[in-house]
Design a protein. Structure first.
Length: 410
């Protein structure tokens, strides 16, 4: 609760739920549907790969600048709205102009906009509920985003199949409208919380932030998390396509939907337990699930059991989705630069995912899928060890009511 006893309105909290739901819907349209759409317009695989790579590169290099931009903007709602409008424009560009230059521009626009939206929504959440309630709020955000992802993937797959591949992007643009409307209904946070996310550069705060060992350690662990995680599903999908034939699409759909359901259920629990247990135990759960998942994917005997193994990714995704912004908020409390810290962690995430898909594909081609999965599991195990040995607890200590001494709130 804020120190002045004020609470955000139920209207604002419900509007934030809807913002997360609809933003997830919008972002779903820029997944594998882009490749399918461009294939129907006779693009070659090289041309598709180049366009998607430019979007990925833009997302990677814009993480830190986007975080700094959100820090510098006084209205975080305006920053989030600008990102949503940019994504709507990119979707319309794809739907209307499936040609090389417009598609490349749309991918670049979407890459930067996504890098703005994520820290902006986290900053809105922090301003609305304050640091003490942020863990539970982030869990709720992740739950609604997961539900949005799952529903949107199913609907877009259906209309892309039975209407046209371009209809996916018309729907993506349309879903941006209720996201903007929901954003408009979020009131500014209580006055006491406005300082939770500071605006503008603070060079002393920046120096303290970047010399904080916890930031460096968590950044390395985030890199290893996605080095382990990102390539697992693509490799599993390639393997199951070879063995399951016509049933591959159903199995792959299950590999996507089941983890999303796990995220939706587990994320609020993760947020609550991060406040009571502390951050490190929850981080160990999320990172520790990665090597288990890699081993199961390497040795599961049948394609349908793959779905059960893949469901473990929902645990890791729930933990990571809640803990990344929560750790960023811990490290920047009373320092500012929350969104810049989010951008630094986002850069680590993007770098790990990029290396993962390249490394995993190369190992699978040269040595086979089992060594590839074992290598990814080893990266996850290394990340778990680093969390356990080097990552300090970041949960702030509270002042006791008697004597004013610092103590943990659990």
């Amino acid at each position: 609760m804020p120190r002045d006893g004020s609470l955000p309105s139920r209207r604002s909290l419900r509007a934030l739920d809807l913002v997360n739901f609809f933003i997830a819907d919008v972002q779903t349209g820029f997944g594998p549907f882009v490749a399918v759409y461009l294939t129907t317009h006779k693009w070659t695989e090289v041309e598709i790969g180049l366009a998607l790579s430019l979007g990925t590169i833009t997302s990677v290099v814009s993480q830190v600048p986007a975080g700094a931009f959100v820090d510098s903007v006084r209205s975080k709602r305006a920053a989030a709205a600008s990102g949503i409008v940019a994504v709507i424009g990119a979707a319309l560009m794809l739907a209307v102009l499936p040609y090389q230059l417009p598609v490349v521009v749309a991918e670049i626009l979407h890459g930067f906009a996504s890098s703005v939206i994520t820290p902006a929504v986290a900053a809105i959440s922090l301003r609305l509920v304050g640091h003490a309630a942020l863990g539970e709020r982030l869990g709720r955000n992740a739950s609604f985003a997961s539900i949005g992802n799952g529903l949107a993937a199913g609907i877009m797959g259906g209309i892309g199949t039975y209407l046209s591949s371009s209809s996916v992007f018309w729907l993506t643009a349309a879903l941006g409208v209720p996201a903007l409307l929901a954003l408009w209904h979020i009131a500014p946070g209580p006055a006491v919380l406005q300082s939770a996310v500071k605006n503008g550069p603070d060079w002393i705060g920046l120096r303290r932030l970047f010399f904080d060992r916890r930031l460096v350690t968590f950044g390395i662990c985030a890199f290893l998390f996605h080095l382990s995680n990102a390539a697992m599903l693509p490799l599993a999908a390639a393997q199951v396509t070879k063995t399951a034939g016509d049933g591959a699409n159903l199995i792959i759909a299950g590999c996507i939907v089941v983890p999303q359901a796990v995220v939706a259920v587990a994320s609020p629990w993760v947020g609550r337990r991060a406040n009571t247990w502390g951050r490190r135990p929850i981080l160990l759960v999320g990172w520790g699930a990665l090597p288990v998942r890699g081993l199961l994917l390497a040795f599961l005997p049948g394609p349908f059991l793959l779905v059960a193994g893949q469901s473990i990714s929902g645990i890791s995704a729930a933990v990571f989705g809640v803990m990344l912004p929560l750790v960023a908020a811990d490290l920047t409390q009373d320092r500012g630069h929350f969104n810049l810290c989010m951008g630094v962690f986002g850069l680590c995430v993007a770098g790990g995912a990029t290396v993962s898909t390249t490394m995993g594909g190369w190992i699978a081609d040269t040595a086979g899928h089992i060594p590839a999965f074992l290598s990814l599991a080893a990266a996850g195990a290394l990340g778990t060890v680093l969390v356990g040995l080097l990552m300090s607890e970041t949960r702030p200590k509270r002042r006791s009511a008697v004597g004013g001494t610092a103590m943990n709130d659990a």
